[in-house]
Design a protein around this ligand. Structure first.
Ligand code: HAM
Length: 421
């Protein structure tokens, strides 16, 4: 137990960590390019926030939350998603009274107690964006375009944008009514969860993972046929803008998503033929959530990407990653007398803006050279009695094998030559 990580969690080891840094870096850069500012919210929140925000009948709230009581008996939950928490922070801070739309992005771990399998974990990581205070279909396009741009910038192949509209307060009751009548006829064939869903929110049945229920749901009435004129106009405008931006999409009339807060546009990005968990990201409009959590009516839209699934897809598709940044220089002590000067040189080199390391185990000269190569250092700077007397260092390029004596002050320039090349 002591050396086993909890089920459904992962360690990101050094050889994988640089890939994470790269993907997170691309996401950050992208959000900044689109005018989003970062927000960091706590990893746990009051349980009620998710119950009210995500919806009590959703799988996430009913079955997957990590709930606990703290020492003062407060009911708290490890966040299963970011949107409700960002809405809470938006309402609690001055952001709600600042200039709109408010465009926020976040990166961080989320927690869901689900059955783990490839691409589905109990602790996973999302990058997400939320836009508050606009019902303009251009904002939908902005968020969808950002999502697509993210996968494109990373070089992902074969991904598809699935798109739907699930209507608003006016037309959703019609959809719910139609779905209710449809499923009631086959109520007894549905799984016990869906029998309950039929009572509270028949839309959730469309999201059920049970194969039998999925089969029954195939013939269900679709949301687009129930839309009111203003939701039709909104959806058509989003499609029009996507066409302007030449972003291909597939209309998926049964895409309802697993969270209750969505209104109008819902979308998901799927990767074909990779593994069972093919959704690498999803989002949609949530025009009623801010008000449901106690704020003023604030139409909003957002999206979140699952970073583990993106990395799995990239590994599976052999997507090229930039080479990891290796150590610029490893300081080698040729003899004991050089140890003080080597330490000084190490910190001098680092202060010049180069990455540098040295041995701390009293290794022999040969073993230090081997260790430097293992650490993938590009150069070694060798210091011994001889060099100290003449106030020089021997700089060896481990790639070419070339070695020359230089003054310590010249190290930055010498190493800079290969960095520029
Ligand atoms: P979601 O679809 O529940 O949406 O999650 C977004 C993405 O997180 C999924 O497409 C998937 O890639 C990843 N994901 C979800 N669950 C897991 C898991 N157990 N293991 C690994 N990856 C997972 C949301 O969370 C919404 N908050 C998105 C949003 C933002 N909507 C509006 N704004």
């Amino acid at each position: 137990m002591l050396t086993t990580r909890p089920r459904g969690t992962n360690d990101v080891l050094p050889e994988e960590a640089f890939r994470w840094q790269y993907v997170e870096g691309v996401f950050r850069r992208l959000c900044q390019d689109y005018g989003f500012a970062e927000i960091r919210t706590p990893i746990f929140e009051h349980t009620e926030l998710f119950e009210r925000g995500v919806g009590e009948i959703t799988d996430i709230v009913a079955k997957e939350m990590y709930n606990f009581f703290d020492r003062s008996n407060r009911k708290l939950t490890l966040r299963p998603e970011g949107t409700a928490a960002v809405v809470r922070a938006y309402l609690e801070s001055g952001l709600k009274s600042g200039p709109h739309p408010v465009k926020l992005y976040y990166l961080g771990p989320m927690f869901r107690y689900d059955r783990p399998q490839a691409g589905r974990y109990r602790q996973f990581h999302q990058g997400g964006v939320e836009v508050f205070g606009t019902d303009d279909p251009e904002a939908d396009t902005e968020v969808i375009a950002l999502a697509v741009d993210f996968y494109r910038r990373l070089g992902l192949q074969n991904f598809e944008l699935h798109l739907n509209s699930i209507g608003c307060k006016v037309c959703r009751p019609v959809l719910k009514e139609n779905l209710s009548s449809f499923f009631k006829i086959r109520q007894k064939e549905l799984c016990p969860n869906c029998q309950e869903r039929l009572e509270y929110n028949p839309l959730r049945i469309l999201d059920c993972k049970e194969p039998k229920d999925q089969e029954i749901a195939k013939g269900a009435p679709d949301s687009l046929s129930c839309l009111c004129p203003s939701c039709i106009a909104h959806f058509e405008a989003v499609l029009g803008y996507l066409e302007v931006l030449k972003i291909p999409y597939l209309i998926d009339k049964q895409l309802v998503r697993g969270l209750d807060y969505y209104t109008r546009t819902t979308f998901e990005i799927m990767v074909a033929d990779t593994w069972a968990q093919s959704s690498v990201g999803g989002g949609g409009r949530y025009d009623d959530l801010v008000a449901a959590l106690g704020g003023p009516p604030t139409p909003s839209i957002g999206f979140a990407v699952g970073l583990e699934r993106v990395l799995l897809t990239m590994n599976k598709q052999n997507t090229p990653f930039p080479a990891p940044k290796n150590l610029d220089v490893f300081i080698v002590e040729a003899d004991k007398e050089a140890s003080r000067a080597a330490l000084e040189l190490l910190f001098f080199v680092r202060a010049q803006g180069l990455s540098a390391d040295k041995d701390f185990l009293g290794r022999s000269l040969k073993a230090q050279m081997k260790y430097a190569a293992k650490k993938k250092a590009r150069f070694v700077a060798i210091l011994g009695k001889e060099e100290i007397n003449r106030q020089v260092v021997s700089l060896k390029d481990l790639a070419s094998g070339e070695q020359k004596e230089i003054f310590p002050a010249e190290i930055k320039e010498e190493i800079g030559k290969y960095k520029k090349a």
